[in-house]
Design a protein around this ligand. Structure first.
Ligand SMILES: CC(C)(COP(=O)(O)OP(=O)(O)OC[C@H]1O[C@@H](n2cnc3c(N)ncnc32)[C@H](O)[C@@H]1OP(=O)(O)O)[C@@H](O)C(=O)NCCC(=O)NCCS
Length: 147
């Protein structure tokens, strides 16, 4: 059975802590680096908890001012993966975005983020662009979903 997952809007400090557990992200961002990115734009900062333990996060913000919410960073602590944490975070984000008048979710990921790509394809995102890099695994993949 899947564990109970509770998603909450939180101060950025909580995300900074969960982010340190994401082994794929080397040199984890500081609070200042997060804050610098979204500045004073409308933003959503959420953490998912399992048994009161922080398990994963999403930070998204109004990057393009075109009716889309940009899902900037997402990650799940390796010990809580494959339990539906990303799905719960994305579902929350989608509902929040709809409530706040957004029409699309946009996201950019890397060719090597296979689990993320699997999620995005399975749950309704469409590819819009590929930005080439010299190493094919590093190609940036842009996707979006109408909500
Ligand atoms: C990508 C990531 C966030 C997925 O988190 P997760 O909580 O394990 O994902 P979920 O359990 O919610 O799975 C949701 C869907 O993702 C896909 N998925 C996740 N992990 C997968 C895996 N190992 N293999 C295949 N598909 C996978 C599946 O489609 C799954 O849907 P399903 O359970 O209905 O089949 C996590 O692996 C992670 O943090 N990876 C490193 C950081 C990263 O890549 N972040 C994204 C950068 S843009």
């Amino acid at each position: 059975m899947q564990p109970k997952i509770i998603v909450k809007e939180v101060p950025i400090e909580e995300v900074v802590e969960v982010n340190k557990t994401i082994v794929e992200f080397r040199e984890p961002y500081t609070r200042e680096q997060f804050e610098e990115r979204y500045g004073d734009k409308e933003k959503l900062i959420i953490v998912a908890h399992i048994n009161k333990q922080p398990a994963g996060y999403i930070v998204s913000y109004d990057r393009f001012d075109d009716g889309s919410l940009y899902c900037w960073r997402a990650g799940v602590d390796p010990q809580f993966r494959r339990k539906g944490v990303l799905k719960a975070l994305m579902d929350y984000q989608e509902q929040w975005a709809r409530k706040h008048g957004y029409k699309k979710i946009k996201i950019k990921t890397r060719n090597k983020r296979r689990e993320m790509l699997a999620y995005l394809v399975k749950y309704g995102f469409y590819f819009t662009e590929v930005i080439q890099h010299s190493a094919i695994e590093e190609n940036r993949i842009l996707l979006e979903k109408r909500i």
